[in-house]
Each structure stands twice: as C-alpha cells, then as structure tokens.
Design a protein around this ligand. Sequence first.
Ligand SMILES: [Zn+2]
Length: 208
Amino acid sequence: MIKSLLFPTACAICDKGSRTLCSDCYEALKNRNLKISKSENSSLKYLIYFVDYDLMYKKLIHKGKYCLNKEVWRIIGHLISDKLDIKSNSIITYVPLHWMRYCKRGFNQSKLIAERIGKTISLIRRVKNNSSFTMLSASERIAKSCELFEVRNKDLSNVYTCYIIDDVVTTRATLEACSSLVKQKYPHIEVIGISFAKTPKHSEFMVV
Ligand SMILES: [Zn+2]
C-alpha cells in the first residue's frame, strides 16, 4: 500500500490500470510482428526490431529507463523472445553501459532484454563514456563510437552468429560500432542487431 502510494504504477502506454503494461497494451504489442531492416554499408547482417520509436513507445521506454522500471525491459525481452528463432551456434550479447551510468541506473536495459531472449555473454566492454557526436557525419559517428568499446577475447570458434541487443536504435552508430568491432576480432561471425525500437526518421536502414 505504502509502496503504491510512493511509486504509483499505471500502464506505461495508456496510463490506465495498475500494472506496468495493461492487458490491452500488452496484447497489442504481442500481436505485432518483428521487422527487419537492412543497409548495404552495414557490418550488421540486418537489424531486427519491434516498433518504430514514436510517442507511444517513448513513454514506455522513458518509464523503463528514467523511472527505473526493470519490469518494462523484462516484458519487452519476453515479447521479442516469443517471436524470435535464434540460430544454432550463436551467442547473445548486448551494448554495454559505461560503469558510471550503470552505477547510476543500477541495471543495463539491453542486458535485461538479452537475458529474456537466451543465455547472454558479456562480449563487449565500454571503455569510455558517451560523447556528443551530433556535429559529425554518419561515418564519423561510427568511427568515434568504435573508440568507446572493446571486444573481449573468447574462444568463439564454434560460433557463427552473434546477436547484439540495443534497447533503442536512433542513429545506429553505437550498434554499428559494436558490430564492426566484433567482426574485426571474429571475422567468421555474422552479426545481427536486435532492438525494441528504431527511429524511422534518422535511420539509414532500408525497411524491407
Ligand atoms: Zn495500457
């Protein structure tokens, strides 16, 4: 009772009910199909995503990210997992947060999604915190983003596919940087991105 007074919960999309997602909004999400987008100049084989990053889903993501509601990410991970056929000889990893941001938030939302999809490994390490790359071109942004991450040494000789989870894809520079670093270290592996939401306007992916 006291908890609900201090932390009132209502559906993150429609503000009704008393759950993180009401049954109507949950069902509406459940009935959506995953989408695939491809880009010719991408190190990703393709990106699988669930929804366009519009106002309705911004509210949901805000609740998960800034109201620190972990349940949002578990639900999203579950919804994606239900629709996805994970290839054999594959690994699932995620875009890491810088440790300072991780300490502040207490969790990495991309990791929470990944853990619902399957057994997750920590393959990528963030060595620097985000900088603002808004003045840079798309290729410069990817090059600069590569400086933020390192890929760990692992025996992945039997692995053919690496899924990288990123909660939201906007400019795609972060996911693209992680993918290209994984491919540099493990050229025999194909990388597939998985995201809950993708910004349609600023994306350079072609929706197919
Ligand atoms: Zn709702």
